[in-house]
Design a protein around this ligand. Structure first.
Ligand code: BTN
Length: 251
Protein backbone atom coordinates (compact mmCIF):
# COMPACT_ATOMS: atom_id res chain seq x y z
CA UNK A 1 0.00 0.00 0.00
CA UNK A 2 1.42 3.43 -0.90
CA UNK A 3 2.05 5.68 2.09
CA UNK A 4 0.52 8.80 0.49
CA UNK A 5 -3.16 9.13 1.40
CA UNK A 6 -4.86 11.26 -1.26
CA UNK A 7 -8.01 13.17 -0.40
CA UNK A 8 -9.67 14.89 -3.37
CA UNK A 9 -11.73 18.08 -3.45
CA UNK A 10 -13.54 18.69 -6.74
CA UNK A 11 -14.62 22.16 -7.90
CA UNK A 12 -16.57 23.32 -10.95
CA UNK A 13 -14.46 26.43 -11.27
CA UNK A 14 -11.45 27.88 -9.51
CA UNK A 15 -8.97 30.62 -10.35
CA UNK A 16 -6.17 28.05 -10.02
CA UNK A 17 -6.02 24.61 -8.37
CA UNK A 18 -2.44 25.41 -7.28
CA UNK A 19 -3.52 28.63 -5.58
CA UNK A 20 -6.37 26.85 -3.81
CA UNK A 21 -4.14 23.97 -2.68
CA UNK A 22 -1.56 26.47 -1.35
CA UNK A 23 -4.27 28.38 0.50
CA UNK A 24 -5.58 25.20 2.15
CA UNK A 25 -2.02 24.12 2.95
CA UNK A 26 -1.41 27.38 4.79
CA UNK A 27 -4.66 26.70 6.69
CA UNK A 28 -3.31 23.33 7.88
CA UNK A 29 -4.42 20.85 5.19
CA UNK A 30 -2.69 17.48 5.34
CA UNK A 31 -0.27 16.03 2.85
CA UNK A 32 -2.14 14.29 0.02
CA UNK A 33 -4.83 16.94 -0.37
CA UNK A 34 -5.64 17.09 -4.03
CA UNK A 35 -7.69 19.67 -5.86
CA UNK A 36 -9.38 19.17 -9.21
CA UNK A 37 -11.34 21.81 -11.15
CA UNK A 38 -13.43 21.53 -14.31
CA UNK A 39 -12.10 24.94 -15.33
CA UNK A 40 -9.57 27.48 -14.11
CA UNK A 41 -10.16 31.17 -14.61
CA UNK A 42 -6.58 32.16 -13.78
CA UNK A 43 -4.58 28.99 -14.50
CA UNK A 44 -0.86 29.54 -14.08
CA UNK A 45 2.14 28.10 -15.89
CA UNK A 46 5.88 28.31 -15.35
CA UNK A 47 7.78 31.56 -15.78
CA UNK A 48 4.71 33.72 -15.02
CA UNK A 49 2.82 32.36 -18.02
CA UNK A 50 -0.90 31.71 -18.03
CA UNK A 51 -2.28 28.21 -18.48
CA UNK A 52 -5.37 28.17 -20.64
CA UNK A 53 -8.00 26.09 -18.80
CA UNK A 54 -11.42 26.08 -20.52
CA UNK A 55 -14.21 24.07 -18.93
CA UNK A 56 -13.93 20.34 -19.58
CA UNK A 57 -11.04 20.67 -22.04
CA UNK A 58 -8.24 19.66 -19.71
CA UNK A 59 -7.44 17.95 -16.45
CA UNK A 60 -6.50 20.64 -13.94
CA UNK A 61 -5.08 19.00 -10.86
CA UNK A 62 -2.91 19.87 -7.85
CA UNK A 63 -1.61 17.79 -4.97
CA UNK A 64 0.02 18.88 -1.70
CA UNK A 65 3.21 17.04 -0.72
CA UNK A 66 5.49 17.40 2.30
CA UNK A 67 8.53 15.39 1.24
CA UNK A 68 11.09 14.53 3.88
CA UNK A 69 14.06 14.74 1.54
CA UNK A 70 16.90 17.29 1.40
CA UNK A 71 15.78 20.58 -0.17
CA UNK A 72 18.30 20.32 -3.01
CA UNK A 73 16.44 17.23 -4.26
CA UNK A 74 13.07 19.02 -4.40
CA UNK A 75 13.29 19.68 -8.15
CA UNK A 76 12.96 15.91 -8.50
CA UNK A 77 9.41 16.17 -7.19
CA UNK A 78 8.51 17.66 -10.57
CA UNK A 79 10.40 14.82 -12.25
CA UNK A 80 8.44 12.21 -10.30
CA UNK A 81 5.17 13.99 -11.25
CA UNK A 82 6.19 13.79 -14.92
CA UNK A 83 6.85 10.06 -14.56
CA UNK A 84 3.48 9.56 -12.88
CA UNK A 85 1.62 11.52 -15.55
CA UNK A 86 3.36 9.55 -18.29
CA UNK A 87 2.29 6.30 -16.62
CA UNK A 88 -1.31 7.45 -16.30
CA UNK A 89 -1.55 8.55 -19.94
CA UNK A 90 -0.09 5.25 -21.07
CA UNK A 91 -2.32 3.06 -18.95
CA UNK A 92 -5.62 4.91 -19.47
CA UNK A 93 -5.23 6.31 -23.01
CA UNK A 94 -2.54 4.00 -24.42
CA UNK A 95 -0.60 7.16 -25.16
CA UNK A 96 3.20 7.12 -25.19
CA UNK A 97 4.77 10.41 -24.09
CA UNK A 98 8.26 11.67 -23.49
CA UNK A 99 9.59 14.23 -21.07
CA UNK A 100 11.17 17.53 -22.05
CA UNK A 101 13.30 19.22 -19.43
CA UNK A 102 12.27 20.31 -16.94
CA UNK A 103 8.63 19.41 -16.78
CA UNK A 104 6.73 19.13 -20.06
CA UNK A 105 5.20 15.97 -21.42
CA UNK A 106 5.27 15.71 -25.19
CA UNK A 107 3.33 13.49 -27.54
CA UNK A 108 4.84 13.42 -31.02
CA UNK A 109 7.04 16.44 -30.12
CA UNK A 110 4.03 18.55 -29.10
CA UNK A 111 3.24 19.59 -25.55
CA UNK A 112 0.37 17.68 -23.99
CA UNK A 113 0.99 18.39 -20.30
CA UNK A 114 2.70 20.97 -18.13
CA UNK A 115 3.68 20.74 -14.49
CA UNK A 116 4.08 23.62 -12.05
CA UNK A 117 5.57 22.86 -8.62
CA UNK A 118 5.44 25.66 -6.05
CA UNK A 119 6.68 25.65 -2.47
CA UNK A 120 4.38 26.79 0.31
CA UNK A 121 5.07 27.46 3.99
CA UNK A 122 2.78 25.60 6.35
CA UNK A 123 2.62 25.16 10.14
CA UNK A 124 4.45 21.84 9.69
CA UNK A 125 7.22 23.42 7.62
CA UNK A 126 7.85 23.84 3.96
CA UNK A 127 5.64 21.86 1.55
CA UNK A 128 5.13 21.77 -2.19
CA UNK A 129 2.05 22.03 -4.39
CA UNK A 130 2.45 20.07 -7.60
CA UNK A 131 0.07 21.27 -10.30
CA UNK A 132 -0.53 19.20 -13.41
CA UNK A 133 -2.41 20.37 -16.50
CA UNK A 134 -3.20 17.81 -19.20
CA UNK A 135 -4.72 18.85 -22.52
CA UNK A 136 -7.65 16.49 -23.03
CA UNK A 137 -9.09 18.12 -26.17
CA UNK A 138 -7.87 20.64 -28.71
CA UNK A 139 -9.95 23.31 -26.98
CA UNK A 140 -7.53 23.19 -24.04
CA UNK A 141 -4.85 25.34 -25.65
CA UNK A 142 -5.07 28.62 -27.58
CA UNK A 143 -5.09 28.43 -31.42
CA UNK A 144 -1.73 30.19 -31.65
CA UNK A 145 -0.18 27.06 -30.10
CA UNK A 146 -1.39 24.85 -32.97
CA UNK A 147 1.61 22.83 -34.05
CA UNK A 148 3.30 23.21 -30.66
CA UNK A 149 0.59 21.73 -28.44
CA UNK A 150 -1.61 18.68 -28.70
CA UNK A 151 -4.22 16.84 -26.66
CA UNK A 152 -5.16 13.31 -25.68
CA UNK A 153 -8.17 13.39 -28.01
CA UNK A 154 -6.11 14.52 -31.00
CA UNK A 155 -3.46 11.89 -30.36
CA UNK A 156 -5.73 8.91 -29.68
CA UNK A 157 -8.94 9.80 -31.54
CA UNK A 158 -10.82 8.08 -28.71
CA UNK A 159 -12.88 9.67 -25.94
CA UNK A 160 -11.20 9.51 -22.58
CA UNK A 161 -12.71 8.71 -19.20
CA UNK A 162 -11.50 11.72 -17.17
CA UNK A 163 -12.33 10.05 -13.89
CA UNK A 164 -10.22 7.00 -14.77
CA UNK A 165 -7.35 9.28 -15.79
CA UNK A 166 -7.54 11.10 -12.47
CA UNK A 167 -7.59 7.83 -10.49
CA UNK A 168 -4.68 6.48 -12.46
CA UNK A 169 -2.71 9.72 -12.05
CA UNK A 170 -3.24 9.71 -8.29
CA UNK A 171 -2.18 6.06 -8.01
CA UNK A 172 0.91 6.73 -10.10
CA UNK A 173 1.83 9.76 -7.99
CA UNK A 174 1.51 7.69 -4.83
CA UNK A 175 3.74 5.02 -6.38
CA UNK A 176 6.48 7.36 -7.63
CA UNK A 177 6.36 9.44 -4.44
CA UNK A 178 7.14 6.29 -2.43
CA UNK A 179 10.02 5.64 -4.83
CA UNK A 180 11.34 9.17 -4.29
CA UNK A 181 11.17 8.89 -0.49
CA UNK A 182 12.65 5.38 -0.41
CA UNK A 183 16.21 4.12 -0.43
CA UNK A 184 18.23 5.75 -3.26
CA UNK A 185 14.99 7.48 -4.27
CA UNK A 186 16.61 10.47 -5.97
CA UNK A 187 18.80 8.20 -8.09
CA UNK A 188 15.86 6.01 -9.09
CA UNK A 189 13.71 8.96 -10.12
CA UNK A 190 16.56 10.46 -12.09
CA UNK A 191 17.28 7.21 -13.91
CA UNK A 192 13.63 6.64 -14.83
CA UNK A 193 13.32 10.27 -15.96
CA UNK A 194 16.44 10.03 -18.16
CA UNK A 195 15.11 6.82 -19.72
CA UNK A 196 11.98 8.70 -20.78
CA UNK A 197 13.58 11.88 -22.06
CA UNK A 198 15.37 12.25 -25.37
CA UNK A 199 16.24 15.75 -24.14
CA UNK A 200 18.59 14.51 -21.45
CA UNK A 201 21.58 13.84 -23.66
CA UNK A 202 22.88 14.74 -27.10
CA UNK A 203 20.07 17.09 -28.09
CA UNK A 204 20.77 20.38 -29.89
CA UNK A 205 18.78 23.02 -28.03
CA UNK A 206 18.42 26.72 -27.48
CA UNK A 207 18.43 27.53 -23.78
CA UNK A 208 16.18 30.50 -23.13
CA UNK A 209 16.11 32.37 -19.82
CA UNK A 210 14.36 35.74 -20.02
CA UNK A 211 16.13 37.67 -22.77
CA UNK A 212 19.22 35.46 -22.53
CA UNK A 213 19.62 32.69 -25.05
CA UNK A 214 22.41 30.35 -26.05
CA UNK A 215 22.72 27.23 -28.17
CA UNK A 216 24.23 23.99 -27.00
CA UNK A 217 24.01 20.23 -26.76
CA UNK A 218 22.47 18.56 -23.72
CA UNK A 219 24.94 16.47 -21.74
CA UNK A 220 22.90 14.77 -19.04
CA UNK A 221 21.39 15.93 -15.76
CA UNK A 222 22.91 16.67 -12.35
CA UNK A 223 21.85 14.74 -9.24
CA UNK A 224 19.32 17.48 -8.44
CA UNK A 225 17.78 17.51 -11.92
CA UNK A 226 19.66 20.52 -13.32
CA UNK A 227 20.41 20.18 -17.04
CA UNK A 228 23.99 20.07 -18.31
CA UNK A 229 24.43 21.84 -21.63
CA UNK A 230 27.66 22.06 -23.62
CA UNK A 231 27.99 25.44 -25.29
CA UNK A 232 29.45 26.13 -28.73
CA UNK A 233 32.64 27.13 -26.84
CA UNK A 234 32.71 23.60 -25.34
CA UNK A 235 31.93 24.75 -21.81
CA UNK A 236 29.44 22.85 -19.69
CA UNK A 237 26.73 25.10 -18.27
CA UNK A 238 24.38 23.89 -15.54
CA UNK A 239 20.82 25.05 -16.19
CA UNK A 240 18.40 25.40 -13.29
CA UNK A 241 15.93 27.90 -14.73
CA UNK A 242 14.39 28.77 -18.06
CA UNK A 243 13.34 26.66 -21.01
CA UNK A 244 14.99 24.55 -23.63
CA UNK A 245 13.81 24.64 -27.22
CA UNK A 246 14.55 21.85 -29.63
CA UNK A 247 16.51 23.51 -32.42
CA UNK A 248 15.19 21.23 -35.19
CA UNK A 249 11.54 22.16 -34.55
CA UNK A 250 12.27 25.73 -33.49
CA UNK A 251 12.87 27.16 -36.97
C1 BTN B 1 3.70 24.90 -17.55
O1 BTN B 1 3.93 24.09 -18.44
O2 BTN B 1 4.01 26.08 -17.67
C2 BTN B 1 3.04 24.43 -16.29
C3 BTN B 1 1.54 24.39 -16.41
C4 BTN B 1 0.84 23.91 -15.16
C5 BTN B 1 -0.67 23.99 -15.26
C6 BTN B 1 -1.36 23.36 -14.09
S1 BTN B 1 -3.10 23.19 -14.35
C7 BTN B 1 -3.31 22.77 -12.68
C8 BTN B 1 -2.40 23.67 -11.86
N1 BTN B 1 -3.03 24.93 -11.57
C9 BTN B 1 -2.43 25.95 -12.17
O3 BTN B 1 -2.79 27.14 -12.09
N2 BTN B 1 -1.38 25.52 -12.86
C10 BTN B 1 -1.22 24.09 -12.75
Amino acid sequence: MPSLKIKTLHYESLPSTNTEAARLASDGAAEGLSIVADEQTAGRGRLQRTWSSPKGAGLYFSVLLCPKIPLHFWPLITFMAALATGDALLSVAGLQTEIKWPNDLLAGERKICGILSETVDTREGRAVVVGIGINLTGRAYPPDLNGLATSVEEETRTPLDRHLLLMSLQNAIAHWYDELLGMDGAKKILKAWIDRSSYADGRLVDVVNGDQIFRGITRGVEADGALRVETEANEIRIIRAGDVVNVRSAS
